[in-house]
Design a protein around this ligand. Structure first.
Ligand SMILES: C[S@@+](CC[C@H](N)C(=O)[O-])C[C@H]1O[C@@H](n2cnc3c(N)ncnc32)[C@H](O)[C@@H]1O
Length: 215
């Protein structure tokens, strides 16, 4: 009989997660920001900058079906905590089944409520924020509110990881102002963090730029 860890069961879980992700992206592509969950290449690039030995309090923004969440949990030390904020209730329910781990607190919340959510859970200061939010599709006010709070919750040596698909670097029509606009995530992040470096991940679909932001 297959156990929950058997390859057959894992294969079924992966197919379910892909199906759910695809369904939700058809419903709300602006919020989901992708039709596929992140690849292991992107998850690795997002997490390789994090010194898991040294961190205790972590935040994930936009956990989706848990691809990056599971990898964070695999790398985290036994005494650390992960607060995962996700706005989509179907993904929140899925995270409850795919990632049973006492170190994980899944919060059904908008990332722009981050500081309130952390205070309600006595989280203290945060060492790492790992965000796969589609900042490009958000209003300027919404993304500013989120990144300001991500910066504010971080400890002095804390870091924030964020990615942007290269496809979203293309100019989009700004209808009210009758012009084309391009959102450069790296430039935007530099308004909040003195140090922002970028690394391309060509093997993800679509390829992405991973930003490491330091206070
Ligand atoms: C590009 S997907 C990434 C999902 C997953 N982390 C992965 O890598 O496959 C972005 C995720 O952010 C969530 N999201 C979008 N806006 C959000 C917000 N304001 N607050 C919290 N989660 C949000 C979406 O529902 C979606 O799950």
């Amino acid at each position: 009989m297959p156990t929950s860890h058997s390859p057959r069961n894992r294969g079924t879980q992966t197919r379910l997660a892909y199906g759910l992700f695809l369904r939700e992206s058809f419903r709300k592509i602006r919020v989901t920001a992708s039709v596929l969950p992140s690849s292991r290449f992107l998850a690795t690039a997002m997490l390789d900058q994090v010194e898991f030995r040294k961190v205790r309090n972590l935040v994930e923004l936009g956990s989706g079906t848990g691809v990056i969440t599971q990898e964070i949990l695999r790398r985290m030390s036994p005494d650390s905590r992960l607060f995962a904020l996700e706005i989509n209730r179907h993904f929140v329910r899925h995270l409850g089944t795919c990632c049973p781990d006492t170190r994980l607190t899944v919060l059904h919340a908008d990332a722009s409520d981050l500081l309130n959510q952390l205070a309600a859970h006595n989280a203290g200061s945060i060492d790492v924020v790992i965000s796969s939010l589609g900042l490009t599709g958000m209003t300027p006010e919404h993304r500013a509110r989120i990144v300001r709070q991500a910066e504010a919750c971080l400890a002095p040596a804390g870091i924030m990881m964020q990615f942007q698909y290269v496809t979203s670097l293309a100019p989009v029509p700004d209808l009210p102002n009758r012009q084309l606009r391009r959102f450069q995530e790296g430039e935007f992040l530099k308004k909040y963090f003195p140090s922002v470096s970028a690394k391309p991940v060509l093997l993800n679909l679509p390829p992405a730029l991973v930003f490491t932001c330091r206070k």
